[in-house]
Design a protein. Sequence first.
Length: 70
Amino acid sequence: MKTLNKTLALIALASSSAAFAASDFDTLDVDGNGAISQSEASVDSDLIAQFAELDTDGNGELSKAEFANY
């Protein structure tokens, strides 16, 4: 039972972290430089899957304007 509780707690934490991480540009821009790097985007599997498509200028980062298309 203890293992089940730990497993459920871990699943809940992972789910809430993923939902929170994907909430907005400023949350994802951890270093506050005004862009989301691939490393910063990696916390959101949907975002990282679309990263290359969203990075329209090809500089390896997402600006606020590029992120707005997400």
